[in-house]
Design a protein around this ligand. Structure first.
Ligand code: CAA
Length: 289
């Protein structure tokens, strides 16, 4: 692929909270999208997630029923990674587990035929260089980090590694800001990038506050919503992100900087051990069912 080739074919690996959103906004922008999940059950769940979000978009008057159907028609879901062979950009959005992401990049290196393709990760915190070195073409690897809910939040962080080729940075920027009309900010390749470096210590502080009995979960959240005009409080936001993801991001950042403020508090670790992962499991700091 050369810098002047137009991007029309995109792939997404992982169709959870983030992957489904990335697939949705890409298809809504007119791109042909292939989504790869681990098995048929995950493929079905991922497609259902995209359909539910599009249905909500229709209810909110953000798109017509025809546009919803056209969007769905542009998304092919499969469990076969070979389907990514002809993609010009692939965005990896599997869970925030380094070993898993390394495996995905090894697979991408094998299946994506285009030697100029952009191999992107939606990681929140794992250094891009680590993922790039799992491939034989690190110059094609870059971080394109979206925010949850992807159809609603306008930001994307663009994170080139020391080895990312300038043409790959340009291609990724054009996809995020041109095609998807997202607002792009750039970050150096440091665990947590810009947003999570600020957000994660705040979320962890709210969990430590709850853990020490300083205030109730309700009052901590109300404090930040009513006192600082945040759209949601830090504990509700942790539940939205997923407590497993908050933990994984904090652990990557702690590993990188060894700063105590990034260390996940025991209460968070025990909740993850217990399967209390927030909205997606029905219970976190608040209950959803
Ligand atoms: N498609 C398109 N638009 C949609 C939509 C969909 N599926 N669902 C909702 N919307 C639109 C609504 O129409 C509405 O638009 P208008 O303002 O133009 O009317 C807007 O999105 C807000 O929707 P709601 O009224 O349903 O919801 P809300 O006002 O209660 O807000 C929220 C919900 C968007 C989640 C809001 O609470 C919020 O922004 N919270 C903070 C989320 C946040 O901080 N996310 C970042 C997490 S960190 C992360 O993701 C990265 C990481 O690495 C961990």
């Amino acid at each position: 692929m050369s810098a002047t080739d137009e991007v029309s074919r995109i792939g997404v690996i992982g169709c959870g909270l983030m992957g489904s959103g990335i697939a949705e906004v890409s298809a809504r922008a007119g791109l042909d999208v292939v989504v790869v999940e681990a098995d048929q059950a995950a493929v079905d769940a991922g497609r259902a997630r995209i359909e539910a979000s599009l249905a909500q978009g229709v209810r909110r008057g953000k798109l017509s029923e025809d546009a919803r159907d056209e969007t769905l028609g542009r998304i092919r879901t499969t469990w076969e990674p070979d389907a990514l062979g002809d993609r010009q950009i692939v965005v990896e959005a599997v869970p925030e587990v380094e070993a898993l992401k390394l495996q995905v990049f090894d697979t991408l290196d094998k299946v994506v035929a285009d030697e100029g393709a952009v191999l992107a990760s939606n990681t929140s915190s794992i250094p891009i260089m680590k993922l790039a070195m799992a491939t034989g073409r690190p110059e094609q690897v870059i971080g394109i980090h979206f925010f949850n809910p992807v159809p609603v939040l306008p930001l994307v962080e663009l994170v080139p590694s020391l080895l990312t080729a300038p043409a790959v940075v340009d291609r990724a920027a054009s996809y995020a800001s041109g095609t998807l009309a997202k607002h792009v900010i750039r970050s150096q390749d440091r665990a947590g990038f810009v947003v999570n470096s600020l957000l994660i210590p705040y979320l962890l502080s709210s969990i430590r506050m709850l853990e020490s009995g300083f205030a109730t979960a309700e009052d901590i959240d109300i404090g930040m919503v009513q006192g600082c005009a945040h759209p949601m409080g830090p504990l509700a936001l942790s539940d939205l992100i997923g407590l497993d993801t908050v933990t994984a991001v904090a652990e990557s950042m702690y590993e990188e900087f060894k700063e105590p403020l990034y260390a996940p508090p025991p209460m968070l670790l025990r909740m993850v051990d217990a399967g209390l992962l927030g909205r997606k499991s029905g219970r976190g700091f608040h209950r959803y069912r």
